[in-house]
Design a binder for this molecule. Structure first.
Ligand code: GAL
Ligand code: CA
Length: 330
């Protein structure tokens, strides 16, 4: 499917680090849905090419080359390895094709390489703080239930996403900082890397349960898939002995787990808002309009979508909003 283009349609190339990631696949689904909607509204043809990088940077670089060869007008890149962002930026600039990175944040320097490079995402630090505050609230509301050994200290396990990812680093740091800033003393029992993955998190949690038993009072997971993995590992443990579990994303299965009382809380990662911002940016760039008119641009390059805490208390509100504004499931 190569060759030069023959029409004046908008061509968007979207490279995902992997399609096998719950949050990322919901961003991709939303984008697909919004593209169809924009076609109906503008009466212009819009083609969205989506490529699955399967967690290989070499594969993704080939996919970017192919998008450029196909005459894509805008690239959306969820970079596999953030250190490869500069190479991708140079390829796009050489072809004069605007580039929007999303979800996996390149360093500032790479974003500044060219004035038509953007980043659409959400503040990793904010998500960590909000997650920590959920646990802080629980501690303040019913400390006895949370501090099961009554030593006045919160014993916890941290389930981390991919090493080096901004969301792993900052959620790990700021979730705990929210507690210590709130005056709670904490004790880390274990830090386990589970790469955003449910099965890996289940295995790591099972291991922690063997080692620490019911000394674990809270499990902080850098995302919902890993929180669900922790829940999987607790299947044979009576509910009254479960630690308090928190995640990030508010994916559909995590919302179910909140409703079922298995997941104490999560932090909504606005995948739909990120898809909307990317499409609006793409449409503006294509039309030669000022991108700052289409989206809230910070420092000329960044679009930040807000996070929001979710517990049983406001779950219904979030669900209702999502039903009213977009495709099912996210
Ligand atoms: C995070 C999200 C994770 C995972 C990761 C991939 O923002 O919370 O679930 O999707 O991005 O880069
Ligand atoms: Ca304790």
């Amino acid at each position: 499917c190569g060759g030069t283009r023959r029409d004046d349609s908008l061509r968007i190339g979207c490279a995902l680090y992997t399609q096998d990631d719950t949050f990322i696949s919901t961003v991709a689904q939303n984008l697909e849905w919004m593209v169809r909607e924009a076609e109906r509204e503008t009466g212009r043809k819009i083609t969205l090419f989506t490529a699955d990088g399967r967690s290989s940077q070499a594969t993704q670089l080939d996919q970017v080359d192919r998008f450029l060869a196909r005459g894509c007008d805008v690239l959306l890149v969820n970079v596999v390895d953030r250190t490869a962002a500069a190479v991708i930026a140079d390829k796009a600039e050489a072809e004069g094709v605007p580039l929007i990175f999303f979800n996996r944040q390149p360093v500032e320097e790479d974003i500044q390489r060219w004035d038509r490079i953007y980043y659409v995402g959400a503040s990793a630090r904010e998500s960590g703080t909000l997650q920590g505050q959920l646990v802080l609230d629980a501690w303040r509301e019913d400390r006895e239930a949370l501090d099961r050994n009554g030593d006045g200290v919160l014993q916890y396990v941290m389930l981390e996403g991919e090493p080096g990812h901004q969301d792993s680093l900052l959620r790990t740091e700021y979730s705990i900082k929210a507690l210590t800033d709130g005056g709670v003393e904490v004790e880390k029992l274990a830090n386990e890397t589970a790469n955003w993955n449910r099965a890996q998190a289940a295995a790591r949690t099972a291991h922690c349960l063997e080692e620490f038993g019911n000394r674990i009072e809270a499990v902080f997971a850098n995302n919902d898939d890993m929180a669900l993995g922790a829940i999987d590992a607790l299947a044979d443990t009576p509910r009254e002995r479960w630690p308090l579990i928190v995640g990030v994303d508010a994916t559909a299965p995590a919302q179910e787990a909140v409703a079922a009382g298995q997941l104490y809380g999560t932090v909504h990662n606005d995948g739909r808002g990120q898809a909307r911002a990317m499409l609006n940016l793409a449409l503006a760039l294509w039309a030669g309009e000022d991108p700052g008119e289409a989206v809230d641009l910070e420092e000329g390059h960044y679009v930040w979508l807000p996070y929001r805490p979710v517990t049983l208390e406001n779950l219904e509100e979030l669900r209702r909003e999502q039903e009213e504004t977009g495709p099912a499931s996210y």
